[in-house]
Write a protein that binds this ligand. Structure first.
Ligand code: FA5
Length: 350
């Protein structure tokens, strides 16, 4: 092999092992493989060789070019790895076992009651579902028996996107999807549909001590053969006694929602004023907490379930109001205030 090739090969090896950073590697790449680099110049100088030498020399230089490119890449990768390791070792260490210093933070009261309700319903065989906040008119209204221009829409004016979608005004927007998701197992294997779905809702309305424009609800549904109002009342009672762990006064009265028949309003005696009347309960002594009812045949049918064969109940628990009552928060707006002084005083009592 030509002596110049052997010399260059040794030189590259040495310079690469001496290189300390990626910038020097780049310089080496240019000085050997660049347009005016040493290896490129060897190739260019071939034309001065005799024809019989040219072939072998060209092949050797090309081999050198390939091995130089490979060595450069390997050394660059090695230095890059070292650089990353160095950066990692310079990062501050986070020891999860060390005691908290300063403010530990806490869960939001709505998160606390939501989790509590999830535990209660899971223990009774319900699945917990998640659902988007941006939905279609069909999901929020039409699929739950509220056609366009139905007066029930007036109570749930919400925020519309330019593409026609909307911020869901009620968790009932997920009912149709749940029926479609679990309907096949109900029909084919007789597995009852038992699901809850907590979520944030939005309404374009004037706010006061018990109304927010952004609040949480938790929907629940159960569908099977022979489900009746007694099942509904049993689950409502169990949920409330587990959440409050004390006797609370509730009342059930007729209520109209196009997606249930019959429909009820479940109110609880205001725990802020003890039923005397205050701004938190609009001076009525009662707070609307969890409307509910037997799922309307049209809703079941729209979800692919035969209402002649199956029945079910649904409820729409006001999670934000539940947090108000459970933690004695007088004004619902405090819950969205972001004020750590108010919110950090609540803890999970489980
Ligand atoms: C509904 O949203 C129905 N989708 C509930 C339902 C589901 C009925 C399934 C039957 C079967 P309503 O608009 O009343 O209903 O709201 C339900 C609960 O959400 C209320 O009782 C209340 O606790 C809470 N809520 C409603 N609007 C607000 C608001 N602006 N601020 C805070 N909580 C609210």
């Amino acid at each position: 092999m030509d002596e110049r090739i052997l010399r260059l090969q040794e030189e590259i090896k040495k310079e690469l092992s001496d290189a300390k950073d990626l910038a020097s590697i780049d310089q080496l790449r240019v000085s050997y493989l660049g347009k005016k680099g040493s290896i490129t110049s060897l190739l260019k100088g071939m034309k001065t060789l005799a024809a019989e030498q040219r072939k072998a020399f060209g092949a050797d230089v090309n081999k050198l070019k390939d091995s130089a490119a490979k060595m450069i890449e390997e050394r660059a990768a090695e230095l890059k790895k070292k650089q990353i390791e160095l950066e990692i070792s310079a990062m501050p260490r986070f020891d999860i076992s060390s005691p908290v210093s300063g403010d530990a933070g806490s869960y939001h009261p709505i998160t606390l009651v939501q989790r509590q309700c999830e535990v209660i319903f899971r223990s009774m065989g319900f699945t917990v579902e998640d659902y988007p906040e941006v939905v279609t008119d069909y999901e929020c209204f039409e699929s739950v028996n509220i056609p366009k221009h139905h007066p029930a829409r007036d109570m749930q004016d919400t925020y519309y996107l330019e593409n026609g979608q909307l911020l869901k005004s009620q968790t009932s927007a997920a009912q149709n999807a749940i029926l479609r998701k679990y309907g096949p197992a109900l029909k084919e294997k007789g597995v009852p549909i038992k699901a809850i779905f907590p979520g944030r809702c939005f309404r374009n309305e004037a706010t006061d001590a018990c109304h927010e424009n952004t609040f949480f609800q938790m929907e629940g549904m159960m569908v099977d053969k022979n489900i009746s109002i007694s099942n509904l009342i049993y689950f409502m009672k169990t949920m409330l006694s587990e959440v409050f762990r004390k006797d609370i006064k509730v009342r059930l009265r007729p209520g109209f929602f196009p997606f249930v028949e019959p429909g009820f309003e479940l109110d609880i005696s205001c725990l802020i004023c003890g039923g005397e009347g205050c701004p938190s309960c609009k001076h009525s002594g009662w707070l609307e907490l969890c409307p509910c009812g037997m799922i309307h045949p049209n809703v079941l049918r729209e979800g692919g379930i035969d209402p002649d064969e199956y029945t079910g109940f649904a409820f729409g628990l006001g999670l934000t109001r539940l947090a108000m009552m459970k933690y004695g928060v007088k004004d619902i707006r405090d819950l969205n205030s972001g004020s750590l002084r108010s919110l950090s005083q609540f803890t999970d009592d489980e």
